[in-house]
Design a protein around this ligand. Sequence first.
Ligand SMILES: Nc1ncnc2c1ncn2[C@@H]1O[C@H](COP(=O)(O)OP(=O)(O)O)[C@@H](O)[C@H]1O
Ligand SMILES: Cc1ncc(C[n+]2csc(CCOP(=O)(O)OP(=O)(O)O)c2C)c(N)n1
Ligand SMILES: [Mg+2]
Ligand SMILES: [Mg+2]
Ligand SMILES: [Mg+2]
Length: 306
Amino acid sequence: MGTIGEAGEFGLIARLTRRLPPSPAVELGPGDDAAVIAAPDGRVVATTDLLVEGRHFRRDWSGPYDIGRKAAAQNLADVVAMGARPTALLVGFAAPAGTALEWAERLYDGLADECREAGASVAGGDVVAAPQITLAVTALGDLGGGEPLTRSGARPGDVVAVRGRLGHASAGLALLAGGRDGPAELIAAHRRPQPPYTAGEEARSLGATSLLDVSDGLVQDLGHIAAASGVRIEIDSSSVPVAEILGPDGLRHVLTGGEDHAFAGTFPPDVRLPSSWRPVGTVAEGTGVHVDGREPPSGGWDHFRV
Ligand SMILES: Nc1ncnc2c1ncn2[C@@H]1O[C@H](COP(=O)(O)OP(=O)(O)O)[C@@H](O)[C@H]1O
Ligand SMILES: Cc1ncc(C[n+]2csc(CCOP(=O)(O)OP(=O)(O)O)c2C)c(N)n1
Ligand SMILES: [Mg+2]
Ligand SMILES: [Mg+2]
Ligand SMILES: [Mg+2]
């Protein structure tokens, strides 16, 4: 039957989730940025992401404060990507017993400050000793009575637009991996993503038909909208914002680099986008993601194919 590595991250998820029973309370289950769970007095948006030392961060590349901010941001962004308001995090924290107490406290300062920025807090968690630092963060959110912005509502003719930095975290990671310590802005972007948390509300008020946060790479993540919506997404590379600071590999970082947690969505053809949203392409009939009319070379993060 092969290995998890052969299946890849998304093959693994598909194999696991088909074994799960349906539940009337699970209005939206695996497959989007977050789940939507019904409750007699409303509904809750829920999502979880792990951060593992050596995989998502290195302690010689990032301090505890930044790791805390990143752990919160990565999860809060998934709530916002559903068009919801983040309310609370639950934090599982595993660390070796020899970890400095101050390191753990700074981690929590980072979690706390990122929560403050998004209007949420930490409502509980768990701690356990383990050989490697691991954070398992669950984020919850409130739809305010509105409908969730899923990955499945894109329609041919829609405009594809992005809000937030793209390629910066990836360029910063490449610099660190190459033993460089600047430009500082890019290194900082790897250490601490800055998702524009108002994007969910903005997208909703602009009539967005789909929305997600870019964690694995713009092309790969738009591929999830294409697959869920049964459409093709066509990106025009000349419209994609490539900041000069990203250097000669800028377009590659923007198209395939994750972890900035920008937001990407689709909007009705007649949308009037404010300047914070950059149109980067259109939705067409078909499948997959094309860049300048062609299937782009593969790229984007898969945990089991690194
Ligand atoms: N172990 C798992 N069991 C059930 N569902 C999972 C599991 N891992 C991931 N998923 C689901 O698969 C979808 C894709 O996950 P992921 O790529 O991590 O989303 P995101 O990039 O938005 O965090 C999500 O809906 C997530 O809830
Ligand atoms: C030490 C280190 N190596 C590599 C990376 C690059 N990296 C790790 S995870 C990831 C993708 C995003 O994380 P993931 O767990 O897939 O989050 P999700 O897509 O579920 O939001 C990337 C680009 C990193 N951040 N740190
Ligand atoms: Mg997401
Ligand atoms: Mg995830
Ligand atoms: Mg991912």
